[in-house]
Design a protein around this ligand. Structure first.
Ligand SMILES: Cc1cc2nc3c(=O)[nH]c(=O)nc-3n(C[C@H](O)[C@H](O)[C@H](O)COP(=O)(O)OP(=O)(O)OC[C@H]3O[C@@H](n4cnc5c(N)ncnc54)[C@H](O)[C@@H]3O)c2cc1C
Length: 495
């Protein structure tokens, strides 16, 4: 057991995870969080008797067939929270009743795709066999990659050869490029839409990994939604003896002799410690809390050139009826709009509602929570920062438009809408301080996938970073792993 102390900035999933593993490794841990609740982007909020699940649609490692599941046990999520498996990843609907059913079971998916487009058998075989490769391997997570010895790397190369080859191949091909290989026009168009919220250049490898996890019943949904999930980890942290302070915004990381020694809060209070972990926005950490003093060309270059993932608009609706006939989909149902519509500066040709009829805890009995999340344009919303009335009016307009568009798929729905709420990039930015309100940090593209981002800064000792700004593409499993890894790095440096 160590008598040393760690301060963690931010109680998002990365910060909470670092806190838990810090305690498991015997450190005194204090988390400072600017908000009033844990979770950061992994959050929910209440409106008129509904719980708006404002994050977390699916959780990598939700089931025991994927080794990373262990993390959710260690962090107190499992068995506390029931995981719900989806039957479909998504359903893409087309004209004249066409439907591409993306079963999470890969054998059913293969059969369905071949029925839908027998002429594309070869491309379907290539896709399905790639998914199967990903189902055969567990991504190694036990040890932080920064701690790998040459021997560890060699062992990994030998034991995971097919996986590494597949990663190399599929990270260079975007979903959009791969879709062009289908001759069936419906399948081709439907496939492109699978990138959902991500940029056009999203690599196939992300989709393959997701399908592999789904097939292994390990990309499910934690009942109760995002905040309940975060609170389970907060409970674990407090149960382990960790301390957490809310409404505590860190302004500055204290440094003496190029060693991080504590933090200063915005009310002027100073707190000292042996190690500091920032699990907050990367740019704020490096350029504000540390005043840009610990940089080299590599880090400056990353912040100058890496693209941010597109931010989103989230329209949440409380519907006073059940949707018993709607299948359970991890990402929702995509249907084409009769006419393209521009909302928040983005042209939409389809809509992707997610009907939470599988989670009764989010709505009063006999009613349903429904959300639509789609890409947004930060610059469009930025101009409303100084004009709250215009901002509210614009949000109302978006909600109205979404309800009208839902009528095309669910006739009569508008008369059942009894709660509506809209979150914009400004909402995510205000509550979490993430740059431009991005929800996963850096964008994953065929050029950036698997790029390693340093967790330390040049010339600064006793300081680490965790979370989506050091794990490209973010996501709950990766940021939780990041918190775990950072504690391993501290323990090693401290030994
Ligand atoms: C709508 C939506 C859907 C999503 N769906 C999924 C999904 O289905 N699956 C998935 O894996 N991922 C999903 N994500 C992405 C995932 O939620 C994020 O990648 C992840 O939660 C990021 O965690 P983090 O801890 O790195 O950062 P954050 O959640 O941003 O946490 C950072 C914390 O630091 C705090 N902070 C910032 N500055 C300071 C300061 N100066 N002082 C003190 N505290 C500070 C913030 O308030 C925040 O709590 C989704 C996100 C959203 C919004």
């Amino acid at each position: 057991m160590s008598d040393k102390s760690i301060i963690v900035i931010g109680a998002g999933i990365a910060g909470l995870s670092a806190g838990c593993y810090g305690r498991m490794n015997g450190y005194q841990v204090q988390i400072f969080e600017q908000d009033t609740l844990p979770g950061g982007l992994c959050t929910s909020w209440e409106r008129n008797g509904y719980t708006i699940n404002g994050g977390l649609g699916f959780l990598g490692g939700s089931g025991p067939l994927v080794k990373m599941h262990l993390i959710w046990r260690e962090l107190g999520v499992v068995p506390k929270i029931r995981m719900i498996d989806y039957e479909y990843f998504v359903i893409v609907e087309g004209d004249e009743g066409k439907r591409f059913l993306l079963y999470t079971d890969v054998d059913r998916l293969e059969r369905h795709m071949k029925e839908l487009a027998p002429e594309d058998e070869k491309v379907i075989d290539e896709f399905i066999s790639a998914v199967r490769v990903f189902t055969r391997y567990h991504l190694p997570f036990e040890k932080a990659q920064e701690l790998y010895t040459p021997w560890d790397t060699l062992k990994l190369l030998c034991s995971h050869f097919s996986l590494i080859r597949a990663l190399g191949k599929w990270k260079k091909i975007s979903i959009k490029e791969f879709a062009q290989r289908f001759t069936n026009p419906f399948l081709r168009e439907a496939f492109i839409q699978l990138r959902a919220l991500f940029s056009e250049d999203l690599p196939m490898v992300m989709l393959l990994m997701f399908f592999a996890w789904s097939h292994l019943k390990s990309a499910g949904y934690p009942e109760g939604g995002a905040l309940r999930f975060a609170q389970a980890i907060e409970d674990r942290f407090i149960g382990l003896g960790g301390k957490i302070e809310y409404r505590a915004r860190v302004d500055k990381i204290l440094v003496e002799n190029h060693r991080a020694v504590g933090v200063r809060l915005d009310d002027g209070q100073e707190h000292r410690c042996d190690f500091v972990i920032s699990a907050a926005d990367g740019r704020t950490t490096i350029f504000d809390m540390l005043a840009g003093k610990y940089l080299n060309n590599k880090i400056r270059g990353l912040y100058d050139t890496l693209p941010l993932a597109p931010p989103v608009l989230l329209v949440a609706l409380g519907i006073s009826r059940e949707f018993l006939d709607i299948p359970h989909c991890g990402v929702g149902i995509i249907y084409p709009l009769k006419e393209p519509v521009t909302m928040g500066g983005i042209e939409m040709k389809s809509l992707r509602p997610m009907v939470y009829n599988f989670d009764p805890t989010l709505a009063p009995a006999g009613k349903t929570f429904l959300r639509v999340v789609f890409p947004a344009n930060y610059t469009y919303w930025e101009r409303f920062k100084e004009n709250p009335d215009a901002y509210r009016a614009e949000k109302d307009k978006v909600a109205e438009t979404v309800i009208e568009l839902l009528e095309q798929r669910f006739p009569g729905i508008s008369s059942h809408v009894e709660m509506r709420d809209v979150a914009t990039p400004l909402t995510f930015e205000r509550y979490t301080s993430n740059r431009e309100g991005t929800i996963i940090g850096w964008d994953v593209t065929t050029r950036t996938a698997f790029k390693r981002i340093p967790k330390t800064l040049p010339g600064l000792r006793n300081f680490w970073m965790a979370g989506q700004w050091v794990e490209l593409g973010g996501g709950i499993p990766m940021v939780a792993l990041s918190g775990r890894n950072v504690i391993q790095l501290i323990a090693k440096a401290d030994s």
